[in-house]
Ligand binder design. Sequence first.
Ligand SMILES: Nc1ncnc2c1ncn2[C@@H]1O[C@H](COP(=O)(O)OP(=O)(O)OP(=O)(O)O)[C@@H](O)[C@H]1O
Ligand SMILES: [Mg+2]
Length: 605
Amino acid sequence: MPNLIHLLPDNVANQIAAGEVVQRPASVVKELIENSLDAHAKNITLIFRDGGKTLIDIIDDGSGMSVTDARMSFERHATSKINKSEDLFSLQTMGFRGEALASIAAVAQVEMKTRKHEDELGTRICLEASDVKIQEPGSFPAGTRIIVKNLFFNVPARRNFLKTDAIETRHIMDEFIRIALCRNDISFQLFNEEEQVYDLPASTPGKRISDLFGKGYLENLIPFQEHSEYLSLEGFISRPDFLKKTRGEQFLFVNERIVKHPYIQHAIISAYESLIPPGTFPFYMLKLNVDPARIDVNVHPAKTEIKFEDERLVYSIVLNILKRVLGNASLIPQLEIPVVSKTGLVENQSYQTGTVSPQTFSIPEYSKNYPAKDQTGFTQNISGAWNQFSGGTQLPKENKLFSDSELRATNEKNEHKNEPVQLFNQFILWPQEQELIVINQTYASERIVYEKYRKSASTKSGTGKQLLFPQTLQLNPADVMLLMESAEDIFAMGFDFNQLGKDTIVLHAVPEEVTFEELDNFFHQLLEGIKQNRSSYSQNRREFLLRIMAKKATIKPGKKLDPAEMKGLIEKLFSCEVKSYTPDGIPTFVMMTAQELNGRFLKKK
Ligand SMILES: Nc1ncnc2c1ncn2[C@@H]1O[C@H](COP(=O)(O)OP(=O)(O)OP(=O)(O)O)[C@@H](O)[C@H]1O
Ligand SMILES: [Mg+2]
């Protein structure tokens, strides 16, 4: 019997490998730009045509290559980036496999012109389906230019799988945006069919976001920067009211590599848990940096997946940082003052939509809870209490907004300038020096009660008021079963009851916010809510109960509040972890500056 096994010729092996590395024109763009970044380029230009199918041209001013390296770079497993397997765990570069150029050259016509800065002459190499057609010296600018023509010209099956030019263009743009977003220190230019689409000078992370997504974008994002011994996390996340209908604008970079990491992405979204309605998605751009020894990047051929050495630890750090950032910074956007022009006229009357000055206003008494911005646009470390990350969410330190005597002196007339006033039995007007805070009593109380219950539910410390006479509730047997299934979670919020027969429960204690008259109604609403939302309920039963309870226990519109009650509400609201939104993302208060009010008088007739 003759032997059957033989080695594949190089060009066939390369073409097979290319199947994994080069899926579409955008993969070529990604690999080539990453090579330019690894070569320490400061300026990178990308030109493409026909969705990258006929032309992708990348020019950089990086290190360039010697004649030998230029030739070697197209060999498979030829790399300057690692030597031994341990190097994989101290990677400082995007590339490490030595496969990209070989793969691209296997399925396209490639021309490379490269010159090292110190060399007088450079090298030009042309390849077609892995065959070197031309290699010659020449005078070229320092750096490297790689032109990739007619992708998949020799693999019709792959070529036919490509989508329309418009779709492939979108993929290229997405890839470009990801890289440009992460590497704001590099200047990028992008041309599609000779037309310049982006011209991005090197700049700060915030400026890069504005350059890519538009000027108004930044106002809706919260910048932050946190460092720990284990990792650092910085970037921008959506304010809870700046939401998207799709997940498209969510960027997670780990050691400057864009990654897909569903587990960590879950942590990010969980930080918004009590802030945004279902079916909406926050924008985020997060840069996580960690010792390369603590991650494995070699788990996916396209290098878009990584594994952390301790995934659960990273999850909990990320979740806690973001919760704190969202909680602490949720006031920032409203505290920015519109730009006032030299004429004294307000150029921008709406603080929600227009440009705002970088200056932030802070309410003196509790300003220390909020991060100050530094010149980079990042906030300073929000809390040094780093070692608390695993200890659950921190409530901000209690800062008294009203003194005890103020709180006691309920109806006495006093000259305190911050005296709150109730309006329409629904809003609390709380004047500050420069603006008016208008609190919605219903939404504010919903947030307060929600956080209170959540705290007691998580520590299982819920204590309600004991009923002098136990109260019996008559329900149908299925409802009693449903209630008993969730009994533990309901107890955690301060209820205490037991089942009596198949259709009765006997209540012994209730949370203080639930009044005796409302009891029956409360349980019926609770059961109704559970039935209507069975699927989400089974996923997150406790969160669901918390929200129902919080809604139930709000101070309703129409309820008159005395000054002490108003102050108590303000005090509690501003000690909440998240102050400005209900668990469903409705604002608990709005602010109006003197300028804005003035603007209303100056409005055009
Ligand atoms: N733009 C460039 N400037 C300078 N050197 C480059 C450039 N592009 C590629 N090289 C050199 O060619 C080598 C091969 O590149 P290639 O992209 O094939 O592999 P890699 O980057 O090492 O690993 P990977 O396959 O993971 O990308 C690189 O290691 C680098 O030395
Ligand atoms: Mg590479």
